[in-house]
Design a protein around this ligand. Structure first.
Ligand code: GTP
Length: 354
């Protein structure tokens, strides 16, 4: 006589919460994309983990300052002071667990990495026992700065390379910018060719071909301006990237631990300025200092009630008022500069002080 099948006592395990990793080099438009996704959340409860290289959390405040309905300060978690890829155990896992343990956990989590972070160690962190049954990487989105690629920012300088070869016969042509950029696109499930508004169609096509030439497999490249993309294209990919590490090659594969010794950041206090143009001119001058890659921050303008945000990516400078200074808040401006190790800090400071 056959035994009756015992009623199963194992319940379906709870579904994993999907996480989208937004990677991309300094100033490519990651925060702009995250804000766009928050504004067009399609009714999903989203939370954001924002990581920055500089020691001041600017991006979190730029997202919080956007006034998106339904997006509260506790939905935006900042992980400043380093690169998320190097502080997985100390910062990332505890921050993620805190979000997951909330009475009402988010439906989807967006993770904005710093512009210098390598995404692969972060994807790998999703295999850690503490979180592997609770979350999955829905997709890795690489935001690419179209004009920066078009200008050859991430390519080896052929003249410098030739000079080095003549000098010491070396064939090592490590370009730290190129390595980070490549690691980011090689890990991607989708690439956004951002700042498409700033380059013409022929340049966009050339840049797309250049990016594709770096990739061992075909990855969809979507042209965007200001991160405006149909959210369904970005969120809900179901890639489970943590189960496909082999398909995401990296320059740092064999390193037990990597560091970011090629780059550094400093922040500068700045006095109130007379007009936005004055600040923009000072930041433009600071951007010319040797080794500087990125400048961002905010300042007080005269006795205006709003604070002025300023952004410098390479030599391109933009500014806008983002929010009012809050009562009791010191109207103290701050600008962070990120650059190659040993960048000319004195020149940046002098330029910012006018
Ligand atoms: N013209 C143009 N500017 C853009 C676009 N997307 C972003 N920007 C501008 O580029 C600057 C940097 O944008 P962010 O979104 O802060 O870039 P990010 O990648 O988050 O920067 P980091 O966190 O410092 O790496 C800002 O001034 C943006 O307004 C775009 O599609 N076109």
């Amino acid at each position: 006589m056959t035994q009756p099948t015992p009623a199963t006592s194992v319940k379906n395990p709870p579904a994993k919460i999907p996480c989208t990793i937004v990677t991309g080099f300094l100033g490519a438009g990651k925060t702009t994309l995250v804000r766009h996704l928050l504004e067009n959340n399609g009714g999903r409860r989203l939370a954001v983990l924002v990581n920055e290289f500089g020691d001041i959390g600017f991006d979190g405040s730029f997202i919080e300052g956007c006034g998106i309905t339904g997006c509260t300060a506790e939905d935006i978690v900042e992980l400043p002071n380093g690169c998320i890829c190097c502080t997985v155990a100390d910062d990332f896992i505890p921050a993620l667990e805190k979000l997951l343990n909330r009475a009402q956990p988010p439906d989807h989590i967006l993770i904005e990495t710093s512009g210098l972070a390598l995404p692969k160690p972060l994807v790998n962190a999703f295999n850690w026992p503490a979180i592997r049954n609770r979350v999955t990487v829905d997709g890795v989105i690489a935001v690419v700065d179209g004009p920066a690629v078009a200008e050859g920012t991430f390519a080896d300088d052929p003249e410098a390379l030739a000079a080095q070869r003549t000098q010491d016969g070396a064939v090592d042509h490590d370009n730290p910018l190129e390595e980070v950029f490549e690691d980011q696109i090689l890990c991607a499930d989708l690439i956004l060719l951002n700042k498409s508004d700033a380059i013409d169609q022929a340049t966009r096509d050339r840049v797309k071909a250049e990016i594709q030439a770096h990739l061992p497999k075909a990855i969809k490249i979507v042209e965007t301006s200001h991160g405006k993309v149909e959210p369904a294209l970005v969120v809900g990919l179901g890639a489970a990237a943590e189960t496909d590490l082999a398909g995401r090659p990296s320059h740092h594969e064999t390193e037990a631990d990597h560091d970011h010794d090629d780059f550094e950041s400093h922040s500068f206090a700045i006095q109130a300025v007379g007009s936005p143009d004055i600040l923009a001119a000072r930041v433009a001058k600071a951007a010319e200092a040797a080794g500087v890659l990125r400048l961002k921050g905010f300042a007080a303008v005269g006795d205006k009630p709003m604070r002025l945000v300023v952004q410098g990516v390479g030599r391109r400078i933009a500014h806008h008022y983002d929010r009012a200074w809050t009562p009791g808040e010191a109207r103290q401006g701050r600008i962070v500069a990120i650059g190659l190790k040993g960048f000319d800090r004195g020149a940046v400071e002098a330029a910012l002080n006018g």
